[in-house]
Design a protein around this ligand. Structure first.
Ligand code: AP5
Ligand code: MG
Length: 189
């Protein structure tokens, strides 16, 4: 089982690189952000709750997101493993993931930390906002997302270092070059 946590600030390339990992390694992909945006589009109650947080650049409550993740995980049958994109984002979520996988006789294989300078993150997200119209890709909300990343999410770097799963990835450069570094790290597991 290949259980990969793909980690990084907003705009670091988690979704972009997840697609490539899925294509090469045949794992399932779960992006909590994509799940929530699909719920918003479908107009569900969860979607309405999620929209309030996402538009403010804030994280949804841990219990809610952990529940969603557990349900999605149970939906994967005969899986070769999973790439977790946008989860965990807090220490409580990392602990819940560790427990969830242990209950299934599994563990996180590697945590890939896509490291990208802040000015580049802003440039990428502003551009995507103009092209795709993603609601939280505007300067004000991006700044809030970055603050949340630094205060609530970046402590996971040390958490995964202590857990012996941490792998730094230079997230600046071509998408192919970054993927080559990722594949090299995965192939060494
Ligand atoms: P989420 O959807 O996870 O958004 P995010 O973490 O802010 O990250 P993005 O999806 O914006 O960026 P990405 O790293 O995937 O980069 P991408 O590949 O798209 O979460 C959104 C919200 O949902 C949160 O704010 C929160 O409210 C809620 N949420 C989600 N998960 C949660 C959780 N676990 N707990 C609580 N709340 C949660 O790339 C970005 C852009 O850059 C693209 O346009 C891409 O084409 C471009 N790009 C990618 N790579 C490169 C490159 N190498 N060079 C140039 N451009 C590049
Ligand atoms: Mg994404």
């Amino acid at each position: 089982m290949l259980n990969i946590v793909i980690f990084g600030a907003p705009g670091s390339g988690k979704g972009t690189q997840s697609e490539r990992i899925v294509a090469k390694y045949g794992v399932n992909h779960i992006s909590t952000g994509d799940v929530l945006r699909a719920q918003i589009k479908a107009g569900t109650e969860l979607g309405m709750t999620a929209k309030g947080y996402i538009d403010q650049g804030q994280l949804l409550p841990d219990e809610l997101i952990i529940d969603i993740l557990a349900q999605t995980l149970d939906g994967f049958k005969d899986s070769k493993g999973v790439i977790f994109d946008g989860f965990p984002r807090t220490i409580a979520q990392a602990e819940a993931l560790k427990k969830m996988l242990a209950e299934r006789g599994q563990e996180v294989s590697i945590m890939l930390d896509l490291d990208v300078p802040e000015d580049e993150l802003m440039t990428r997200l502003i551009k995507r906002g103009q092209e795709s119209g993603r609601a939280d890709d505007n300067e004000e909300t991006i700044k809030k997302r970055l603050v949340v990343y630094h205060s609530q999410t970046s402590p996971l770097i040390d958490w995964y270092k202590n857990d012996g799963k941490y792998q730094h990835i230079n997230g600046l450069g071509t998408m192919e070059g970054i993927f080559a570094e990722i594949a090299e790290a995965i192939d060494k597991i």
